[in-house]
Design a protein around this ligand. Structure first.
Ligand code: ATP
Ligand code: MG
Length: 494
């Protein structure tokens, strides 16, 4: 159905695509894999008419095509769900879904028809609770993803390109996404699927193309029959052991965080726990179980009742107070909440003054910069140019930079929400090691992740959440993935 040949795309100083080939068949799920910065998003933006290639050809159903703009691409029957969601926060769900479409063009007279059509698509996606009239800015990241998907479906596309669609989704929502993908492919629609979660590739993928440094290193491998180790070594050029650092070598100190009877009506209730210095505590649960909201409340960014004590002292409400008292929150929706896109990588990492770098009231800028550099090397942020505007980094590398900011010294407690989202398999291991190192230095860590193996592999103690309540608390070593999933999905006690 689609053949891309010898695609080259040069950005100032970076050859993002250096002769990429891709062929996609009707009715298949074609997975595009590669490390952060390999060129995946750039390649699909060429298809989507966002970037014009410098060289190479694209043919679609046998005819050569040149999508010169996003509208061209849509007319050809290509729909794209971008890694960075491109919804308009101030518009309603329905308006976003039909942006640039018939219903929208006919204006307010047809608002009712637009909403009806939007409701149909949302129902088909299994999300009748998302209301067409709601302003998109008020939705959760997962719900935004669904809206983005609804928009792609509303185009009646023949080729749907999904750039890390599952990154914002929880376990049950991923199954729903896969159900929709299967329906689409059964109708002959082709799907290009990008993800850093290799288990997903096996479950949904038919064939796999691997990119490395802007080149195709493997074309159309069978998704289910290619060993993960082979895929990983194609992606990274080395054998990565996808493992967590050993648990030993850390001592737990005094309690850094104590949370007592934390409640927020309709979101979570009566949550109590503590985190000791050097300890990693994980929160497992579905999207909507209150995980991220608990982190926000601890951080002082969400109204609640109950008490939060840092080093035995009650934390004042309001983020400024909590930052000063030594807490850092790496939020879930990092790009929207936390990036200065036009500033350099260093500026983004060192954003916000940290107590650890202040001496006699002055910030030690050099030390701060050196530390930023050390962290970007450790996390392998690419390209290794700290002065580059962060806008020009790939999605995963931006994620790493924002995380680096929170990992930069001088805190007592780190709240990490989905720290590995969008980060490739190679860099994950580095990130795990950095988190362990921080804990070793006596920092307390509170971690939220949708990936149960990550919570179990990284945390010392795990709290399992369901519908805003803690239904289990225990040592990570005494749990396994199956049991945790059973608890979070079915509410079954351990
Ligand atoms: N607008 C741009 N200007 C300059 N360089 C860019 C631009 N967009 C991407 N790049 C560079 O092109 C390369 C490929 O980036 P791309 O976003 O395609 O990677 P990716 O494979 O999607 O990675 P990730 O898994 O992190 O999303 C990177 O080196 C990136 O820094
Ligand atoms: Mg990308």
């Amino acid at each position: 159905m689609l053949v891309m040949k010898g695609i080259v795309k040069q950005f100032p100083g970076v050859r993002a695509l250096d002769g990429v080939d891709l062929d996609v068949r009707a009715g298949e799920v074609h997975c595009l894999l590669g490390q952060n910065g390999a060129g995946k998003s750039t390649l699909i933006k060429v298809l989507a008419g966002v970037h014009q290639p410098d060289e190479g050809t694209i043919s679609f159903n046998g005819a050569e095509v040149r999508p010169g703009s996003p509208i061209d691409a849509i007319k050809l029957g290509f729909a794209t769900i971008y890694q960075e969601l491109d919804l308009v926060d101030g518009l309603s769900v329905a308006e976003n879904i039909f942006l640039g479409h018939e219903h929208a063009r006919l204006g307010f007279v047809n608002r009712a028809a637009g909403r009806r059509a939007a409701r149909e698509v949302l129902e088909r996606l299994g999300h009748p609770e998302i209301r067409p009239a709601t302003e998109v800015g008020r939705l959760s990241p997962a719900a935004k993803q669904v809206v983005s998907m609804a928009r792609a479906l509303s185009h009646e596309a023949k080729l749907i390109i999904m750039d890390e669609p599952s990154a914002a989704l929880a376990h049950d929502e991923v199954s729903n996404l896969f159900r929709i993908i299967r329906e689409l492919t059964a109708q002959g629609v082709a799907v290009v699927y990008i993800s850093h979660r290799l288990e997903e590739i096996r479950e949904i993928g038919d064939r796999v193309t691997v990119l490395k440094d802007g080149r195709t290193v493997a074309v159309g491998l069978p998704a289910r029959d290619t060993p993960t180790t082979q895929i990983v070594s194609l992606m990274t050029g080395r054998n990565v052991e996808y493992v967590f650092p050993p648990r030993g070598g850390r001592e737990f100190g005094e309690e850094v965080l104590r949370v007592e009877n934390l409640s927020s009506p309709g979101v979570f209730k009566d949550v109590s726990f503590s985190v000791r210095a050097g300890e990693i505590v994980g929160l497992a649960g579905l999207v909507g179980s209150g995980r991220s909201e608990i982190l926000e409340a601890v951080y002082g960014a969400r109204p609640h009742t109950g008490r939060v004590l840092l080093d035995g002292r009650q934390v004042r409400r309001g983020v400024v107070g909590t930052v000063r008292s030594g807490m850092g929150l790496a939020p879930e929706e990092r790009k929207a909440q936390a990036l200065l896109l036009d500033q350099s990588v260093t500026a983004n990492i060192t954003l916000g003054t940290l107590p650890g770098f202040a001496r006699f009231g002055w910030i030690d800028r050099k030390r701060e910069r050196d530390e930023a550099k050390r962290l970007s090397e450790m996390l392998d942020i690419r390209p290794p140019d700290p002065e580059r505007p962060i806008r020009t980094l790939s999605g995963g590398n931006q994620q790493k930079a924002v995380l680096a900011r929170w990992l930069l010294g001088g805190r007592k407690l780190l709240l990490l929400d989905e720290p590995t989202r969008g980060v490739d398999v190679g860099a994950r291991a580095e990130l795990y090691a950095v988190i362990h190192d921080l804990a070793k230095q006596g920092i307390g860590v509170l971690l939220v992740s949708s990936e149960v193996p990550e919570v179990l592999g990284l945390a010392d103690r795990v709290l399992v959440l369901r519908e805003g309540a803690v239904i289990h608390e225990g040592e990570a070593t005494e749990l396994d993935e199956h049991r945790v999933l059973d608890m979070i999905m079915n509410g079954r006690a351990a």
